[in-house]
Design a protein around this ligand. Structure first.
Ligand code: ADP
Ligand code: GLC
Length: 492
């Protein structure tokens, strides 16, 4: 099949979270299954032009806001021949951020920027004389691809192209004032007709969800949760309406990047048959963070965007968060890497100053993230909701047992500890409260000190769990087949 992925992120070029990991890894896995898969992302200011090739002809991109000429630069995804096309249009994309100048602030012209990206996807295909069978959009930034396809492009050479929209996070929908609507160049009838309208605003994701042939999300449990008011962010009704076309496909782990046997970021490598390297990683982690170098104390790692989604209130909320209470009550160490909400960055910096057994790095640091995954004994991920979650899967591969809220992809990838038998790969709780979190961290710390035999068994089990992109890619292939059949039936 010919597949075009349209995304705001794709590693190693642009990443703010798991979306960037997932898009590139899926593209490579599909390529390895024999598909002609290509990726389109913007060329942001931080993507150096010098390393990219240039496509000869500029693209004509026409929207309500005007007719524009954009350049396209090209490269490939690492260790593959998957072409990546970079939409090069400085007025919108030559900026230091993907969505805004900081994680707290958005660019005011995001609706224009990402409508432009979606529209340009069709111009690109025309310029390449390449008509994809599938246009696969990811999250709100490319959610207008299915809208343009259904509204106009199907009559301009894309009649046999089907659209798939993947929801990586329903918490981000791309909601903007309807003043931006004329820029899109779509009939006002579509404000309601294509599902843009959301409390009198524009909602990118809702429009895409209304019009895409098939919808996916990134774990089976999350695909059910988002059809309920508790997790639906106001769109659960629409998702129930479209439930026949919605599937949850679990993300995988990119083993070229996240593998304790080969990871170049680690001071020592290890595997199920020789775990000694993990102890060396723990020492290196403690040294690097300035924690007491002590093999007997458990280290609890955390790598995350510090947003409400990740349970930061329950962990660090002033006066009620569980982590300060753990530090008072238990002999356990914390190694934290994260950036995000300002109050939380301040809270972890202040805990670092107060407790010798709590050390945090505020910022974004890939290499350090690898060391935390490898050198920790437990990995904390008490997300309020988690569409899939990659970090807990990385932890499992690194023999670092996750402590998680039973939700979304966390519920689908972690098996709870059974104290009688030593079964399981992590520690789970059902309701996200500081008390439940405190108790579950306490449970893991208890097992560390009292059931080392169980910890060892669980580690091995965790490391041998398969989270393969190959499996996910074959599920996507089946879904693409369905989307094409659906499109044909609509066409006839
Ligand atoms: P989300 O996409 O919701 O942020 P995921 O668990 O799916 O959650 O993916 C998070 C990705 O971002 C992982 O690859 C993780 O290592 C990375 N990450 C998040 N915060 C940081 C940070 N501060 N430093 C390095 N990597 C980070
Ligand atoms: C989102 C979700 C995360 C998921 C990632 C990749 O950012 O928050 O759970 O793993 O996308 O699909």
């Amino acid at each position: 099949m010919k597949i075009l992925m349209i995304s705001s992120e794709a590693v190693p070029f642009a990443k703010s979270g798991g979306l960037g990991d997932a898009v590139s890894a899926l593209a490579v896995a599909l390529f390895r299954l024999g598909h002609d898969v290509r990726v389109l992302i913007p060329r942001y200011g931080f993507i150096a032009k010098e390393k990219l090739s240039s496509m000869a002809e500029p693209l004509d991109v026409t929207l309500g806001g005007g007719a524009f000429k954009a350049h396209v630069l090209t490269s490939t995804l690492p260790s593959s021949e998957v072409p990546v096309y970079f939409l090069d249009f400085d007025a919108y994309f030559a900026r230091p951020g993907v969505y805004g100048p900081s994680s707290q602030r958005e660019y005011p012209d995001n609706p224009e920027r990402f409508a432009f990206l979606s529209r340009a996807a069709f111009s690109l295909c025309r310029a390449l004389s390449w008509t994809p069978d599938i246009m696969h959009a990811h999250d709100w930034p490319s959610a207008l691809v299915p809208v343009y396809l259904a509204a106009e492009e199907k009559d301009r050479g894309f009649a046999h192209t089907a659209s798939v929209l993947s929801i990586h996070n329903l918490g981000y929908q791309g909601v903007f004032s309807k003043e931006h609507f004329p820029f899109f160049g779509l009939d006002w009838m579509l404000f309601h007709g294509a599902g843009f309208e959301f409390h009198d605003d524009i909602n990118f994701l809702k429009a895409g969800m209304t019009t895409a042939d098939c919808l996916t999300t990134v774990s089976p449990t999350y695909s059910r949760e988002i059809q309920t008011p508790a997790y639906g962010f106001g769109l659960d009704g629409l998702l129930r309406h479209r439930s026949r076309d919605l599937v949850g496909i679990l993300n995988g782990v990119d083993k070229d990047v996240w593998n304790p046997e080969t990871d170049p970021c680690l001071p020592a490598r290890y595997s199920v048959s020789d775990m000694s390297g993990k102890a060396a990683c723990k020492r290196a982690l403690q040294e690097k963070f300035g924690l007491p170098v002590d093999d007997s104390a458990p280290v609890i790692g955390l790598v995350a965007r510090l947003t409400e989604q990740k349970g930061i209130g329950e962990m660090f909320g002033p006066g009620y968060g569980a982590v300060p209470q753990v530090l008072e009550a238990m002999n356990a160490q914390f190694a934290v890497v994260g950036s995000g909400d300002a109050w939380c960055e301040e809270a972890i910096a202040s805990l670092s100053a107060r407790y010798p057994s709590f050390k945090a790095r505020v910022g974004y640091d890939e290499a350090l993230a690898h060391l935390v995954e490898a050198g920790s004994d437990f990995f904390l991920m008490p997300s309020r909701y988690e569409p899939c979650g990659l970090n807990q899967m990385y932890s499992l591969r690194y023999g670092t047992l996750p402590i998680v809220h039973r939700t979304g992809g966390l519920a689908d990838t972690v098996e709870n500890y059974v104290q009688d038998t030593g079964e399981g790969t992590g520690f789970m709780f059902d309701d996200l409260t500081p008390r439940a979190l405190f108790n579950t961290i306490g449970w893991a710390v208890w097992a560390w000190y009292n059931r080392k035999d169980h910890i060892e068994i669980m580690r091995i089990k965790a490391m041998t769990r398969e989270f393969s992109w190959e499996k996910s890619a074959s599920e996507y292939t089946a879904l693409y087949g369905r989307a094409i059949a659906l499109r044909r039936s609509k066409f006839l």
